[in-house]
Design a protein around this ligand. Structure first.
Ligand SMILES: [Zn+2]
Length: 370
């Protein structure tokens, strides 16, 4: 039973407050918090604040005594990820003398920050190999409770926190790693199954953040990536092994086709520039084009220099007006006053309009110029 002393609410949830709680709070010692149920309501988040426990619930209840239920599968997963973190941190230390400056446990993946701006692939793989060897050795994970002096004789990976009072909780993984910690751990490294590093990146200027998953999360990740790769290879009608080469070749082909298209569009625009319909409005020769943006983009190159020319381009969902001689900002304001639903903008010699019929725009232009 859990005794709820008080219930408050914020914009989204009801918060059941107790003095003691079987639920491990979120963020304590960098760990993920417990989930489960209180009085049949779902626990969404647990916070510890000034000696009180705040349980965020998905419904309302009155203060009183309630049955609770802790999601043990989730706790097992947290223990798995977290013990994997101990093993990985120790592995990087042994393989390359890299220290873990901080770690973060996440719902999807976890990270450790190593004290080097770059970590080469060989080191990543060596540490990953060593960590998985420790998993396969099925080492016992022991929790020792010792006085500060006794614990300091143990060759700890990181020192006991200055803030720690009284007895110190030590986590000992066989003879591989001994470190003070208050979180959840598996009983045997074999329970972890698999530790997989997913990625790394440089952070805070001088550290390397290593992303990893363990246990069921690692299997889930492997399964998902295998599915993605199989699906891609099936789309490309090739084997998984050939996928990388096929994608590289495809991208090369796309690049070549694209530059060919650019050249063709430019040639076509040059040809069109001599044959497009023109309408004389006052001093201006208005030239209209309706078609592909790739072609329209090149028309100003062949027609845009003449101050007496106004180009009206209808390009897939928008209309562009380009002219060195027209008061483009003034015309834009004029059009906006007439059609208040249009969107767009522009500069001194070019405006882009969305949501207007090119025929209506031509009428606006005739009225504006006369
Ligand atoms: Zn721990």
């Amino acid at each position: 039973m859990i005794r709820i002393e008080q219930v408050m609410r914020d914009e989204r949830n009801f918060i059941a407050i107790s003095r003691e709680s079987p639920f491990y709070p979120d963020g304590k010692g960098g760990q993920l918090g417990d989930r489960g149920k209180i009085g049949g309501l779902r626990v969404l988040k647990v916070e510890e604040r000034q000696g009180l426990y705040l349980h965020y619930l998905d419904g309302e209840l009155e203060p009183g005594e309630y049955e609770y239920e802790i999601d043990l599968e989730r706790r097992k997963d947290i223990a798995c990820q977290h013990t994997a973190q101990h093993i990985l941190s120790a592995s990087f230390l042994k393989v390359a003398d890299l220290e873990t400056m901080s770690f973060h446990m996440g719902e999807e993946y976890s990270t450790i920050d190593l004290n080097a701006p770059f970590v080469i692939n060989e080191v990543i793989e060596e540490a990953e190999d060593l960590a998985n060897e420790v998993v396969r050795k099925c080492l016992k994970v022991e929790i020792l409770t010792l006085g500060r002096e006794g614990s300091e004789r143990l060759n700890l990976r990181k020192p006991v926190s200055e803030k720690a009072e009284g007895e110190v909780r030590i986590v000992k993984i066989g003879d591989f790693d001994v470190t003070p910690c208050g979180g959840f751990h598996v009983e045997n490294t074999g329970n972890i199954g698999l530790i997989k590093i997913l990625d790394r990146e440089k952070v805070k200027g001088s550290l390397t953040r290593v992303y990893f998953v363990a246990g069921k999360r690692a299997l889930r990740d492997y399964r998902r990536k295998n599915q993605i790769l199989r699906s891609i290879s099936s789309i490309l009608t090739t084997s998984v092994e050939e996928t990388e080469k096929r994608v590289t070749n495809l991208l090369e082909d796309v690049k070549k086709a694209h530059s060919k298209l650019e050249k063709m569009a430019e040639d076509f625009a040059e040809f069109l520039s001599k044959h497009l319909p023109r309408e004389q409005i006052c001093d201006f020769s208005v030239i209209s084009f309706k078609g592909y943006e790739e072609v329209g983009r090149f028309l100003p190159k062949f027609l845009g220099d003449d101050e007496k020319v106004i180009l009206v381009l209808s390009l897939e969902g928008k209309v562009e007006v380009i002219s060195k001689g027209l008061d483009c900002p003034g015309f834009f304001e004029y059009v906006k006053r007439r059609h208040n639903t249009i969107k767009g903008g522009g500069s001194r010699d070019r405006i882009v309009l969305v949501g207007i019929d090119p025929k209506e725009l031509m009428e606006d232009l005739r009225d504006f110029l006369s």
